[in-house]
Ligand binder design. Structure first.
Ligand code: AMP
Ligand code: MG
Length: 348
């Protein structure tokens, strides 16, 4: 081959590869954006998917969340959790999904020595927070309901039957089921080989891959004092979940006191540990959901100790005094957006 022809060939090959690279980039940028939302699991579910079949992926994901709600809702009469509660004292056969969620909940109950407790149902019912029938119960009522809360009395037999040891015990998987659902949606994203999507189940956010332009997702942290959608900070992440538990999610106010939905089984009352919210950042939404509720109840000191013991888990705490405490792994990913809050540096 002549020298000239050789150079020409190289130039053509180079041009083709540049063109191909350009096309690939454009294609990725031009992937259609599909949005979907529905009210499921007692919360607004919002999704965004970048893919040609994004609408189908959203339908499949919402159907999966609905399926899980139908298994684990405390209010739907056909759900497995409703059946377990109605037949407390007797064994009820459950699906793999319910079993997985219940087992994980019991794992966190052990880990937190009962601060997290999936048998919290009698106390949740008593306070009625979010039910429209909220009220401050008497001490006697609280004591009675508190005595029914004990995760060690939730029995699981090898043939997948769940039995509550006492008749008036009640399961409530509200602190963990959304996290499981988010991870199940993430599995659907992966099965469809997409690169960019997110799902938000009322503060339980999972970002899949990067944004379509290849940059990190910026996930807003809710200002606990404001209406939903008002953010006070942002965390930049890809392929992660950010799950927040806060006193603003569901609450009622009586005589100037806020009574919220996260109950400390030790007192039988809404947990008061000086925190307005806790956000957990990790790979598993299932674990992050259980952890955010657990850590909210445990408080800043004990909660931070627990988070620091766990691999790949970061946390963001907002205290009653509007101080923001973040674990070391978040330092370069965190951006404070409101001057009302003060960032405290983590020493660990
Ligand atoms: P989350 O928003 O994930 O923190 O979950 C709060 C929900 O979990 C409440 O609405 C209750 O249904 C349930 N819950 C409240 N207190 C507890 C607790 N101590 N352990 C487990 N679940 C709880
Ligand atoms: Mg939770």
């Amino acid at each position: 081959m002549q020298k000239n022809t050789f150079y020409k060939l190289i130039i053509i090959v180079l041009m083709i590869s540049l063109l191909a690279a350009g096309c690939g980039k454009n294609q990725a940028e031009e992937l259609p954006e599909y949005k979907g939302s529905d009210f499921l699991m007692d919360t607004l579910v919002q999704m965004k998917v970048y893919a040609y079949n994004g609408d189908k992926i959203i339908d499949e994901s919402l159907a999966r969340i609905r399926e899980l709600e139908n298994l684990m809702s405390v209010t739907l009469e056909e759900s497995e959790i409703y059946q377990i509660n109605q037949h407390a004292g007797k064994g009820v056969q459950v699906s793999q999904d319910t079993l997985r969620v219940l087992n994980k909940a019991l794992e966190y109950a052990e880990l937190t020595k009962g601060s997290f407790d999936p048998s919290i149902g009698p106390l949740v019912e008593l306070w009625g927070i979010g039910s429209g029938e909220e009220r401050v119960p008497t001490n006697e009522e609280i004591l009675k309901a508190k005595n029914l809360v004990d995760y060690r009395k939730v029995m699981i037999s090898p043939d997948q039957k769940v039995r509550l040891a006492q008749p008036k015990m009640r399961l409530d998987l509200g602190a963990i089921a959304k996290g499981y659902a988010a991870d199940e949606v993430s599995k659907i994203f992966a099965e469809h080989n997409i690169n960019s999507a997110f799902v938000n189940l009322g503060g339980n956010v999972l970002v899949f891959g990067n944004k379509p332009d290849g940059s990190d997702w910026k996930v807003g942290i809710q200002d606990p004092r404001e209406n939903r959608g008002n953010v006070m900070a942002a965390v930049s992440v890809s392929d992660k979940t950010i799950v927040t538990s806060g006193n603003y999610e569901r609450y009622f106010e009586k005589d100037g006191v806020i009574y919220h939905h996260i109950i400390d089984p030790a007192t039988g009352r809404p947990a008061r540990t000086g925190l307005l919210s806790v956000s957990i950042i990790s790979d598993s939404s299932f674990d992050a959901d259980a952890l955010s509720t657990s850590v909210f109840i445990m408080g800043l000191e004990a909660g931070k100790k627990l988070v620091n013991k766990l691999d790949g888990v970061e946390a963001l705490f907002i205290t009653d005094d509007l101080e923001v405490d973040i674990t070391s792994g978040l330092k370069d990913k965190f951006e404070l957006m409101s001057e009302d809050f003060v960032l405290i540096k983590d020493e660990n």
